[in-house]
Ligand binder design. Structure first.
Ligand code: DGL
Length: 293
């Protein structure tokens, strides 16, 4: 993207325009569900980049480039009034304040909300013992984004964070496999460091993981509180839009929900409906037509 690009009249108006969201695939639907429930009148456009998933094992520069491309598509092609980066790996590779500043430098004044800060805040609130865990993709855990976010959030209190990457979890979800002996065996192996650290709260630091919550909880035990950033992100979005007078007036009518996939659209519709619910009817192919360079 070239900074300083002038989009002039394409700057979205304050209350019109959908909330734009993206993820590498189905995971961001956990956040979409929370946003639809909390802000039912708002229109929503969701891009699942299933053609390039998974992001978790890709180079950070590549994921940064994908995140920029998706954000630009949402503002240019769909006139999004706000962007929710519903993917931890993308938000770890391209922090939301950087993305927001890049868009603003090009004349596009849209709030950008990520999942990392709201998730970290929720995790710190959930712990009693001060021993907490976070699981995520290799990219997210390797970036140290949660170490920094938890340190910022827990200023003044002692919180010990143990992190574990969980390669393989996202692939199970993308195939629609959220339970079964092979998922449990993988979870037992990957969650061993979390069990050993004796945490009382675990943040699901990948938006795909809430779909595996039952297996994860079964492995860790019910004394460990599982924290998902989906609800907290939806609340953060509502607060930010409210403060900026950008919330659509609630007329009682439900918003329009549009979903796009860069991969297999029929599969996105089939699995997406199972994961998100009945709102996922309108699915189209996402073409990389925006040239933001
Ligand atoms: N949902 C993405 C996240 O929150 C998954 C990343 C992937 O595609 O590996 O990190």
């Amino acid at each position: 993207m070239s900074a300083g690009k002038d989009l002039g009249h394409q700057v979205p108006s304050t209350t019109d325009g959908p909330i734009g969201m993206f993820d590498s695939g189905f995971g961001g639907l956990t956040v979409a569900r929370a946003v639809i429930d909390l802000l039912p009148s708002e229109d929503l456009v969701y891009i699942g980049d299933t053609g390039r998933y998974p992001y978790g094992d890709k180079k950070s520069e590549d994921v940064r480039a994908y995140a920029r491309e998706l954000a630009w598509s949402l503002v240019k092609d769909h006139h999004a009034k706000a962007i929710v980066v519903a993917c931890n790996t993308a938000a770890a590779a391209l922090p939301v304040h950087e993305l927001e500043a890049e868009l603003a430098a090009a004349g596009v004044m849209v709030p950008v909300i990520g999942v990392i800060e709201p998730g970290a805040q929720s995790l710190v609130r959930a712990t009693r013992s001060g021993r907490v865990g976070v699981i995520g993709t290799m990219g997210t855990i390797g970036s140290g984004a949660y170490d920094r976010a938890v340190a910022r959030t827990s200023l003044g209190s002692t919180v010990q964070l143990v992190s574990a990457p969980c390669p393989g979890f996202v692939e199970f979800v993308e195939r629609g496999r959220t339970t079964g002996p092979d998922v449990t065996i993988l979870a037992q192996r990957l969650l061993a460091p979390i069990l050993e650290a004796d945490v009382d709260a675990l943040l699901l630091g990948c938006t795909h993981y809430p779909y595996l919550a039952r297996v994860i909880s079964d492995v860790l035990g019910s004394h460990v509180t599982l924290v998902s950033s989906a609800d907290e992100t939806a609340f953060a979005l509502r607060d930010q839009l409210g403060q900026a007078a950008m919330l659509k007036p609630d007329t009682g009518a439900s918003g329009q929900h549009q979903f796009m996939s860069s991969g297999d659209v029929a599969w996105f519709k089939e699995l997406g409906t199972r994961l998100l619910g009945p709102e996922l009817t309108n699915v189209n192919i996402w073409n990389r037509k925006t040239d933001e360079s």
